[in-house]
Design a protein around this ligand. Structure first.
Ligand SMILES: Nc1ncnc2c1ncn2[C@@H]1O[C@H](COP(=O)(O)OP(=O)(O)O)[C@@H](O)[C@H]1O
Length: 366
């Protein structure tokens, strides 16, 4: 795509200042204000088929501001609820309304647990989300700091169960918290469980826990396994607050993508942990990200992978044309800024309208 084409495209979307990085097919556009929704497609005046909202790492807690572990990033625990409110107001004011919202995990912070405030904090964020749209909740590490898997499965965060009752196209994988749904013919979303193999959220006597502990101990010499290994690069991902995907889940992913290939669908895959090293800090990558990439790359239908966890966000278009989007975290977004997006889905592309720290982008399908 030439930069002139990008300019033309964006001329209809908003106040375009665009640069195109032809090597990585990366297109960045300047932020737009909330009211500027691309309700019409650029070249041909077509309307988007549907839209959806995205938000990541809200990590709400009714406590004063603090810092991340290394004290390099301020965290606005109480204010994250205000930011969520601004996001839901923006989504509610869009016409047509987003068909659903992707909540990419860590919806409340682990600090709620010792304060016995997990339920009240969750209720507070769910109240904010209530009227925005149907919400698809991804489970991140902070969900497991607050709740057991059984509690999560019985809660409103089990959106797979909700989706299966409301949408004929939705289905929950047996025995796991991964599922798919199709909001529109020829478009499918796969919601993954990146803590399927993990020492958090799994019972110590379970096979998945043992498998996770073995992996961590093989790759991380620290006594405190939340501390990244000394080895640089992607080896740093072997931390206790990370996780990975079981072979069951990878086989399910492969099977679903085969069906989507046959049906000529466009598929967006969603997880709390990112899977491309160029879209994330190495510490935040899923442990077996290479296996996930190899499955994604063996199917034509995959257009996008969306994740949270790395609060700085990231973006990369890989050699197969798949867009890897890591959304900036609300929790580390200063009160006078925002971090959420709306995605407008067209026949040939998705257009991400970012707010605040989330950049707007045109995501052309491969
Ligand atoms: N370098 C580190 N050494 C030891 N513990 C750490 C380190 N980094 C993070 N942790 C701990 O791991 C847990 C998850 O870290 P956190 O930064 O809260 O994750 P997230 O990015 O999901 O918010 C917290 O309990 C935190 O204190």
């Amino acid at each position: 795509m030439s930069s002139q084409e990008v300019d033309e495209l964006l001329g209809h979307v908003g106040d375009a200042t665009a640069t195109a990085d032809s090597e990585q097919f990366q297109v960045r556009v300047r932020r737009r204000t909330k009211s500027e929704a691309p309700t019409e497609n650029m070249e041909d005046g077509a309307r988007p088929l549907f839209s959806f909202g995205v938000i990541a790492d809200i990590q709400y807690a009714d406590i004063d501001d603090g810092y991340n572990f290394s004290c390099t990033r301020r965290r606005y625990y109480r204010h994250s609820l205000e930011q969520l409110r601004r996001a839901t107001l923006a989504w509610r004011s869009e016409s047509p309304r987003p068909r659903f919202v992707l909540q990419l995990g860590d919806v409340i912070d682990g600090f709620n647990k010792p304060r016995r405030a997990s339920r009240s904090a969750l209720d507070a964020v769910l109240r904010e989300l209530e009227d925005a749209a149907l919400v698809h909740h991804v489970w991140g590490n902070h969900e497991f700091y607050n709740f057991s898997r059984e509690e999560l499965a019985a809660s409103a965060l089990n959106s797979g169960r909700e989706a299966a009752t409301q949408d004929q196209g939705a289905a929950l994988a047996e025995g796991g918290n991964w599922y798919h749904f199709s909001p529109e013919p020829r478009f499918r979303f796969l919601v993954l469980d990146a803590y399927d193999v993990s020492v958090i959220g799994r019972q110590e006597r379970s096979e998945r826990y043992s498998q996770a502990l073995r992996l961590l101990q093989e790759h991380n010499d620290n006594e405190e396994l939340n501390q990244p290994p000394a080895r640089p690069g992607v080896e740093q991902r072997f931390v206790k607050f990370g996780g990975g995907f079981s072979q069951d889940q990878l086989q399910w992913l492969d099977r679903l993508l085969t069906l989507s290939d046959e049906k000529l669908e466009k598929v967006t895959v969603v997880s709390h942990l990112p899977v491309h090293p160029s879209s994330s800090d190495p510490v935040c990558l899923a442990w077996n990200y290479e296996e996930v990439l190899s499955v994604l790359h063996s199917h034509k239908c995959v257009v996008c992978f969306m994740a949270g966890h790395d609060h700085d966000g990231g973006y990369h278009r890989d050699l197969y044309g798949i867009h890897h989007l890591t959304f900036e975290g609300v929790i580390e977004t200063p009160p006078d800024n925002d971090a959420f997006g709306s995605v407008y889905v067209y026949e040939d592309k998705m257009v991400l309208k970012g707010n605040g720290r989330v950049a707007s982008r045109i995501l052309q399908y491969p």
